[in-house]
Structures are given as structure tokens and as C-alpha cells.
Design a protein around this ligand. Structure first.
Ligand SMILES: [Fe+2]
Length: 182
């Protein structure tokens, strides 16, 4: 008889390179009421780089209006600043290229680094890297932007990001990619 410790899984039980039809008691219900996953490939036809100020662009990946969640890659093209902002939700980011940091903290994010931000944080995103940075973000809740004198400027939430995407598509005759709406 196995003891408790040996019953703990340490690796996935199968390495078969094939689809396994798992028993699912709610298969019909999930097919009827469930939501499908989405996929956005690397081609700009699937989601274009859209200017965000003079030195940055955003590639939108997902909009979830029920949870005020939005996902994108932020590209800061050369050394520069993304204005001071205040978070009302949680942010997770991974640095993909270059490097990024906040003036308020002492760390520097390089490719592969993971960043988590919490509601109530205000900070100023910068990159000192000659090639700037690319940051993948999965973000929830409003982000309030302020100018250099701490005057409120605008709120970026799921509606702001969706409008940023749709306005650009409309102005450039691009089709809306339904895969972005989760
Ligand atoms: Fe932030």
C-alpha cells in the first residue's frame, strides 16, 4: 500500500503526443453555455501596433468587459517615460524586450522579469534602454493618468483600451478582430 507521500503527483501522468478525450460530466452544458478560448497570433493583421503618444505603441490582445480586464503589449520605442499613473486594480506584466523600471522603485525589469502591481499604487514607468522596452500586461481595473503637476488627465479602463483599438481600426479601414473580445 502506498503511503501519502508517494500519492503526491510530481509530473503529468502522460506524455502521449495525442488528444485525449477526457470524461466531462458537463460537456453538453459547457458546449452550450461555455466561452471559447481565444488566440491572437503575431501577425499585425490580427492586431496592429497602435500609437500611444509619440514614443509608444500598444498591441491589444484581450478585452473583458465583465471584469474590466484588458491585455496588451506596451512598446516604448526608445528611452522615455509613460506618465505617472494610479492603479485601481491589479496588474501583472512580463518584460519581453529591453528594460523597464519605475522611478519609485529600485528594481529594473529585463526580459523574463515578472511585475505585479496592486490597487492603490501610483508610479512612473520609464525605460533607459537604447531600444526601449516591450511589456506584456494582463491588467484589471482603471488606471488614472496624471500630468507632471499631478493634475488628473484621463482614466484608462477596458472601455478606453477598446476605444483605442476600435477607433484606430475604423480610421485605417481595418477589420475588428473578434478574438480580442473574451
Ligand atoms: Fe503601473
Amino acid at each position: 500500500m502506498k503511503d501519502d507521500a508517494s500519492a503526491v503527483m510530481t509530473t503529468p501522468p502522460s506524455d502521449a503526443f495525442r488528444i485525449v478525450d477526457v470524461p466531462d460530466p458537463f460537456k453538453e452544458l459547457a458546449a452550450r453555455r461555455g466561452a471559447e478560448g481565444t488566440f491572437v497570433g503575431t501577425d499585425e493583421a490580427e492586431s496592429p501596433w497602435i500609437p500611444f503618444g509619440d514614443n509608444a505603441a500598444i498591441r491589444h490582445l484581450a478585452f473583458d468587459v465583465r471584469n474590466n480586464i484588458f491585455s496588451n503589449v506596451l512598446w516604448i520605442k526608445k528611452p522615455g517615460v509613460i506618465g505617472t499613473h494610479y492603479h485601481r486594480g491589479q496588474i501583472v506584466m512580463i518584460c519581453l524586450e529591453g528594460s523597464a523600471r519605475y522611478l519609485e522603485y529600485d528594481w529594473v525589469a529585463t526580459p523574463g522579469a515578472f511585475i505585479q502591481e496592486a490597487p492603490g499604487e501610483a508610479h512612473t514607468l520609464v525605460t533607459d534602454h537604447p531600444q526601449g522596452t516591450k511589456l506584456f500586461g494582463w491588467m484589471q481595473g482603471a488606471i488614472d493618468f496624471y500630468d507632471e503637476d499631478a493634475n488628473f488627465s484621463f482614466t484608462a479602463d477596458v472601455w478606453w483600451f477598446m476605444n483605442h483599438y476600435e477607433t484606430y481600426c475604423k480610421e485605417n479601414g481595418l477589420e475588428i478582430n473578434e478574438q480580442l473580445y473574451i
